[in-house]
Design a protein around this ligand. Sequence first.
Ligand code: F6P
Length: 328
Amino acid sequence: MSTKKVNRIAVLTSGGDAPGMNAAIRAVVRTGVHYGMEVFGVSRGYNGMIEDDIFPMESKSVGNIIQRGGTILKTARSAAFLEPAGRKIAYENLKKRGINGMVVIGGDGSFKGAQIFSHEFDIPCIGIPGTIDKDIAGSDFTIGFDTAVNTAVEAIDKIRDTADAHDRLFVVEVMGRDAGYIALHSGIATGAENILIPESKTDMEGMIASLTEKEKRKKLVNLIVVAEGDEFGGGTQVGNFIKEKLPNADIRVCILGHIQRGGSPSCLDRLIASRMGYHAVECLISGTHNVMVGIVDNKMKYTPLDKAVKAKQKISEEWLKIVKILAS
Ligand code: F6P
């Protein structure tokens, strides 16, 4: 691990964007400037490092962005950075500017890149968890999740109005390639009948039996929330399965999609982004290197990047039980 004083840092956003990334960029830049560092922005994630799209930033570069969704640095998933040759070029581009510390805002794929890079070259990296999916261990929060789940709740509430008006059953697909957190939280918050997530296997025949039984006792059932990564398939597959089994039911499928990634970040996302951005720079200064900054039980927690890469958060059994009981 490097013992050199970190005084020239780069910040980038990588992977899928998440509302609140701009607030984190702002915090990194302003904290760095506060401590007398030279701060550089990198465009389009690791691609910008390879293509030498690196530029100086100052306090005013991050004015008027805390409330904006997306990322002013733009983002990408870089195939070239997976290759040693790409990482070598990226390193040369940092080195020629004297950059000796990095902050990467992204998800587990982005941390994997940062972890490899920090091992290959003498540049410490700090990860800030920015993903709407909340699929990273070592933090109770990831930037963007709160906004995304509130966007989903708002949309599902609207769907419920029309579902109710027509006595229809809606299958709503929300994002979450490997994680069911958006589905679980938005489903509970909107009173969904069933919530299908990749972390737990759904008994599809049991679900049909339950829908049939509820129809018999005239319980109004109009909402099933499915994570896109559910092991059975996404909303379309689930909708088709129900249509096949219950041909008389009036069913519609709605896929919320990328609307969940956009929009102005919630207060919570702005707060955690500001706090994590500040602590990321503090870590570079104090020598707490190659970690992801997280918040657990309202305290900062620093997880080595390799652990943040591998582990996933567990869905609590308690929530799954609550879903069942409240939907009865
Ligand atoms: O950022 C995470 C995520 O939104 C997943 O939930 C989703 O599967 C994926 O990104 C979509 O990625 P893309 O924008 O590349 O289609």
